[in-house]
Ligand binder design. Sequence first.
Ligand SMILES: Nc1ncnc2c1ncn2[C@@H]1O[C@H](COP(=O)(O)OP(=O)(O)O)[C@@H](O)[C@H]1O
Ligand SMILES: [Mg+2]
Length: 251
Amino acid sequence: MTEHTVSFVVGRLGDLIVQEAFLLSGVTDKVQQMLTEMKRMKTRIINITNSWETYCIKNITKASATSKSQIQRRLRETNPIMEDDNFIGLDKSIDILLKELMEERRLCVVSIVGIGGLGKTTLDKKVYNHIDVKRDFNCHAWVFISQKFERKTLLYQISKQFGYEADQSMEESDLVVKLRTFLENKKYFLVLDDTWSEDAWSILKVAFPNGKRGSKVLLTTRSMIVATFADPWNLYNEPCCLSKEESWELL
Ligand SMILES: Nc1ncnc2c1ncn2[C@@H]1O[C@H](COP(=O)(O)OP(=O)(O)O)[C@@H](O)[C@H]1O
Ligand SMILES: [Mg+2]
């Protein structure tokens, strides 16, 4: 009986070992195939990397990612030029904003807050180019802030537009001091369009003194937090919604 059982178990084990060996030989084949494939891929990668050097291409991934974000920024960048003047229903918003901007108070930040596409930049442009603003302020500047910005670049852009030609080799801290001094006795008007971060004005403001009474910063943002952070004591103007008649006119 025991002999029979042992011989049965040994027989089954033998079958299992044969099966395992069969399966393992299948796996070995597969592993061999994968190894060959990986060697082929490695050779291909080495060839591609060598061809970069042949064609003088360096850091291709990094370069393309940077230029892509730069191109996207360029495409979104705004400026104060009025290309079109067929705007409807802006008069009320312009009046409210102008009243706010003409107040002869200490330097303050006036914010236009509203969702994307509401007409904030359009309102900015209208006000920036308004005859009263052109006449009443000694110098004007418009910068596009967006999500990513560099303080030094922005300060150069602003200085230039205000009429102070800063030396490109100047240290950032010197630029801050020079710009402050330049603006000390001026009534200036600065637009910070499309501001996303509450830090933007915080890190820029060191370069902006109170100036002459009535100097203003006009900031546009989608975020009430950004606007509140910039100046909590101010009115926030959203471009007014169109009336029924104005909406038909727009269509
Ligand atoms: N009052 C208006 N009448 C007609 N078109 C307008 C008006 N306001 C804005 N637009 C148009 O709507 C689009 C979005 O306006 P924009 O000022 O860029 O919005 P935001 O800055 O709030 O994202 C632009 O093409 C602009 O010309
Ligand atoms: Mg805008």
